[in-house]
Design a protein around this ligand. Structure first.
Ligand code: ARG
Length: 461
């Protein structure tokens, strides 16, 4: 007989049970469910709704249930609909009918919202740590390559020389914002729905604030109807994880491109490359392709769940049960990707010679325009003059530095013999030394700031 079976004369259809039961996935919240129940038993005990002795028996019984879960010895029964009914069933097997007092004033609606928030807080903290490790790996590799030159791209066309450290650090800061979002999401997740009942609140004098604090929540929810139906935290977590996944996907795409032999900038470690069953020469960057591909399901989990929420009337609706698989999958997906990416970044072999060989003189055209600006020309005019120089060099099939001083002076009298100093990739990069620029010196300062940021950033709630 189901927990709610009193009103029914027959048991639920087997096909309905297949659809309705959430145990196959919500069993992941077993420890949260037990913790929530222990705190709740104490709260109703303190409120005098059940006696202190009953509360004590329930807590002791729940501790036995927890031991079973921790030992992997918990056996689910055929009738267990979800983790909440399974825990209560087992509790009652341990302590008898007094176990039935646990649910006084509680509903699975406030219970599941509580469990899922607790689970989400743990998951966010775990992912935050992995993201921090990836940031550390990026900063370490960036430091090694703070002065390594490579082409920077806009529109995927060669644009200006940059340093490889600068490229790597760009991902550090994306992840910094991702972690910030996780922390922000954790702040709003750390609100306890427990004591909201099914929708209208509890009729018993439960001290909800103490109950919340005991579970590690920062506060108790201000509105019971909202509390049982609010899954904003899950949607936010899905968004934060999807965006982190998008960042990892872009990184994956960079590494896929740069490890292509046509670029040859990066050699992926053997441990992180795969071969082809047909073409013996292949070194495929599968983990980076998967980092890219998995972003698809992270985005799908977010859009899928937002779609679940959009048409729901106020209060708890069974649609909400769809929250868990979405977030579980996003957390699992990132938990799979991150350790691999951390190891990939740590073992990333950059090929400075190939990167440098990919620099072309025309990537210094902006520097040439800046030269004229330093001689007093308005930038717009300088841009035009250099554009003509580039066209001339290209017509003659030579590089920009091969134009003679008199060629240049025909375009502008502002060109002096010192113009030759412009054609130097190191100098080009070194000039961009203002905060946030690509100069080795600025990149080292950036890495120092990044490390300070890493050290000052505590895990979310
Ligand atoms: N398994 C349910 C869920 O995940 C638990 C809450 C059930 N509440 C109810 N009123 N049927 O949402």
């Amino acid at each position: 007989m189901a927990l709610w079976g009193g009103r029914f004369s027959g048991s639920a259809d087997e096909a309905l049970r297949q659809l309705n039961d959430s145990l196959p996935f919500d069993r992941r919240m077993a420890l949260q469910d037990v913790a929530g129940s222990i705190a709740y038993a104490r709260a109703v005990g303190r409120a005098g709704v059940i006696t202190e002795s009953e509360a004590g028996q329930i807590v002791a019984g729940l501790e036995q249930v927890r031991e079973e879960f921790l030992a992997g010895a918990f056996v689910f029964a055929a009738g267990d609909e979800d983790i909440h009914t399974a825990v209560e069933r087992r509790l009652t097997e341990f302590i008898g009918p007094v176990g039935g007092k646990l649910h006084t004033g509680r509903s699975r609606n406030d219970q599941v919202a509580t469990d899922f928030r607790l689970w989400t807080l743990d998951a966010l903290a775990g992912l935050d740590e992995r993201l921090a490790d990836l940031q550390g790996a990026l900063a370490g590799t960036a430091e090694t390559h703070a002065a390594t030159l490579m082409p920077g791209y806009t529109h995927m066309q060669p644009a200006q020389p940059i340093t490889a450290g600068h490229w790597l650090m760009s991902y550090f800061w994306m992840l910094a914002r991702d972690r910030d979002r996780l922390r922000d999401c954790a702040r709003r997740t750390a609100v306890s729905p427990l004591g909201s009942g099914a929708l209208a609140g509890t009729p018993f004098a439960v001290d909800r604030a103490t109950l919340a604090a005991e579970l590690g929540f920062a506060s108790a929810s201000p509105n019971s109807l909202d509390a049982v139906a609010d899954r904003d935290f899950a949607a936010e977590a899905l968004f934060a994880l999807a965006l982190a996944g998008v960042h990892l996907s872009r990184f994956g795409e960079d590494v896929v491109l740069f490890s292509n032999p046509s670029f040859g900038f990066i050699t992926l470690d053997d441990r992180f490359s795969t071969g082809s069953s047909l073409m013996p020469q292949k070194r495929n960057p599968d983990p980076l392709e998967l980092a890219r591909g998995k972003a698809g399901r992270l985005i799908g989990n977010l859009t899928g769940f937002l779609t679940v929420l959009k048409g729901m009337p106020a209060g708890y609706n069974k649609d909400l049960q769809e929250d868990k698989e979405a977030l579980f999958d996003s957390v699992d997906t990132l938990s799979l990707i991150l350790p691999v990416l951390i190891a990939v970044v740590r073992s990333l072999r950059l090929n400075p010679d190939n990167m440098r060989a990919a620099l072309s003189d025309d990537m210094l055209a902006t520097d040439l325009a800046d030269y004229l600006v330093r001689k007093g020309a308005p930038f717009r005019e300088a841009h035009h003059i250099v554009g003509r120089a580039v066209a001339q060099a290209s017509q003659r099939g030579i590089g920009l530095p091969a134009l003679s001083l008199s060629d240049l002076q025909e375009l502008s009298p502002a060109f002096d013999p010192d113009v030759t100093a412009v054609f130097d990739f190191e100098q080009s990069v070194a000039r961009r030394a203002a905060q946030g620029g690509t100069a080795p010196e600025a990149v080292r300062a950036q890495i120092a700031a990044a490390r300070a940021w890493l050290n000052g950033f505590a895990a979310p709630a």
